[in-house]
Design a binder for this molecule. Sequence first.
Ligand SMILES: Nc1nc2c(c(=O)[nH]1)N[C@H]1C(S)=C(S)[C@@H](COP(=O)(O)O)O[C@H]1N2
Ligand SMILES: [Mo]
Length: 173
Amino acid sequence: MSTCRWRLFSRSGLFLLAAVLPWLSQAQSLAKPEGPVILTISGNITHKNSANAAVFDAAMVDALAVSQVKTSAFWRKGLRTFTGPSLQSVLALVGAKGQSLRLIALDNYEVRVPVQDVTQFNPVLARKIDGVSLKVKDQGPLFLIYPFDDLPELKSDVYYSRSVWHLTQMVVE
Ligand SMILES: Nc1nc2c(c(=O)[nH]1)N[C@H]1C(S)=C(S)[C@@H](COP(=O)(O)O)O[C@H]1N2
Ligand SMILES: [Mo]
């Protein structure tokens, strides 16, 4: 390759790198919400997409891998299928490091959940019940559901109180 052609080549290579780098780093970080924010995670997290928090719109939450909990649950009649990302996967995504979570709901309900619950019970951040999206009027946008039928010990007020409906905020502590 002549010097001139090499220069051209390395130049276009640099251009290519300049074009691809932001995309690469984007792929490893959180996208930005385009619609209304339905979930805000703050506190001790390493991955953020706003000044102090990781914020998600509905599309971002719905793009995550789906977990399923099929169980009877205090708030609905009969056996139901709750689907949405596992709490564990969402905490991993934001790089959460802490002992407990403060879960805060639209109705200002607030409860503290030990992070140990996540590995012990694998609760799901339900977005849907029996395939139907949870609107705010159905206790959405997110509803933390434990696998109550799998482990009878979960059928107690301790875990019912941690099953936050209208969930919109988490603070990792
Ligand atoms: N958003 C929200 N989630 C909540 C609550 C609440 O008041 N608001 N109550 C908790 C408690 S203490 C229990 S026992 C269960 C059932 O309460 P509920 O009948 O008010 O839903 O939901 C839990 N999740
Ligand atoms: Mo309760």
